[in-house]
Write a protein that binds this ligand. Structure first.
Ligand code: GTP
Ligand code: ZN
Length: 365
């Protein structure tokens, strides 16, 4: 059984990070002290080597997680072990607020990586949720979380078939809530917008779907896969002879190309891991704030406040200002809980991304 790893997202940038004498693999699932990985030779259950054990004892964010690219080393007795986690381009890190830990993650008050190397973050918000309309505040939070991960958010207003009139109006409001982010209406039931969603995964990109329970995440993934993939996913063998095999359902290859990561941790991802992402979601308010007379303006009645002026003129919806205030408070609270190690991992992540961007820029003709 052989796999074409490029279908799982392996590329030259990652290959350049691979230590000599090791083979690459992608983590499909983690268990205590071991991971299920997909290597060119097939699926393997591999134990963590000493280096990984040492690093993760010092800092749990060093633990392998679903989506990670890792280096396997062949031991003399013929087994492979997981020798190193390759630098992550993106990561969803939970800051340790987890009394009810899920997916094998322990809530020990330290950072945990829920998924790594996710390129596209679909934020699914139903156009109607029982009797409520789409929740713009929730979209803002999840978009902030997406930016924070390093991935690219795309907002999907799901169950668009529930809307007869006013869908365009709703999409316009969502676009204001998520500036600079693509926004699409999707109906998995009718198939509307599903191929468009799939097109974001071209080039073997990896996605997650965030959103509240009942947003239609599973239905969308099944629609993308065109079948019962949630149970049996198939990756065509590299030899092109069409041999298929099952990949664990936490890392789901889609027949049209690309992958979706779906784990309990990602499904339940909270709305507390935010920081710099907030600034991007509220770029319009940040811009207004720069025009306030006082640099430390609190936008609560100070003279020359551009934010309140925009509120007055109707340019800035009041709901949006309230959302921003709320998220700012939470981000500050979260930052106070985030320990120095986590911050270091974040810095490291951005350093890696910057490095890769520089490198890919240089290699362009
Ligand atoms: N009308 C309509 N209903 C949909 C659509 N997509 C999903 N549903 C229904 O919405 C309900 C929830 O869909 P799921 O796909 O299970 O939602 P989920 O986001 O995966 O929910 P959790 O598993 O709880 O996180 C199901 O009854 C679906 O049949 C859609 O496009 N239109
Ligand atoms: Zn102000």
């Amino acid at each position: 059984m052989s796999y074409d790893l490029s279908l799982l997202g392996w590329n030259d940038l990652r290959a350049a990070e691979l230590p000599a004498g090791t083979v690459p693999a992608r983590v499909a699932r983690v268990d205590r002290g071991a991971a299920e990985v997909i290597a060119a030779d097939g699926q393997l259950q591999v134990k963590y080597g000493a280096r990984v054990r040492r690093a993760s004892a010092a800092d749990p964010v060093a633990l392998p997680c679903v989506g990670d690219w890792v280096a396997l080393r062949l031991l003399p007795e013929g087994r492979h072990e997981l020798d190193e986690v390759l630098p992550r381009t993106t990561a969803f890190i939970r800051g340790g607020v987890s009394r009810d830990s899920v997916g094998g993650l322990s809530g020990d008050g330290q950072g945990q990586v829920l998924a790594a190397n996710v390129d596209v973050v679909f934020v699914a918000e139903p156009s109607m949720h029982s009797t409520d309309f789409a929740d713009l505040g929730r979209i803002e939070r999840l978009v902030a979380l997406a930016w924070e991960s390093g991935g690219t958010p795309v907002v999907l207003v799901t169950k668009s078939d529930l809307f007869e009139d006013g869908l365009d109006q709703l999409l316009a409001e969502v676009r204001v809530a998520a500036p600079g982010v693509d926004v699409h209406a999707v109906s998995s039931l009718h198939g509307d917008g599903v191929p468009l969603v799939g097109s974001y995964l071209e080039g073997s990109r990896t996605a997650v779907v965030l959103g509240p329970s009942g947003a239609g995440k599973s239905t969308l993934v099944n629609a993308l896969a065109g079948a019962e993939v949630m149970e049996t996913q198939q990756v065509r063998a590299a030899d092109g002879r069409g041999r298929h095999t099952t990949v664990h359902r936490e890392l789901i290859p889609l027949p049209g190309g690309g992958l979706v990561i779906d784990t309990p941790g990602i499904r339940r991802i909270g709305l507390y891991d935010m920081g710099e992402g907030v600034d991007r979601v509220f770029a319009d308010i940040e811009e207004l704030a720069e025009r306030c007379r006082f640099a430390d303006c609190g936008h609560s009645g100070e003279p020359g406040c551009a934010v309140l002026a925009a509120l007055e003129s109707g340019e800035l919806p009041e709901r949006r200002l309230e959302s921003w205030r709320k998220l700012q408070r939470e981000a500050v609270w979260m930052a106070s809980r985030t320990d120095a190690r986590l911050r270091k991992e974040q810095q490291n992540k951005w350093r890696i991304i910057t490095k890769e961007m520089r490198r890919s820029g240089r290699s362009r003709p």
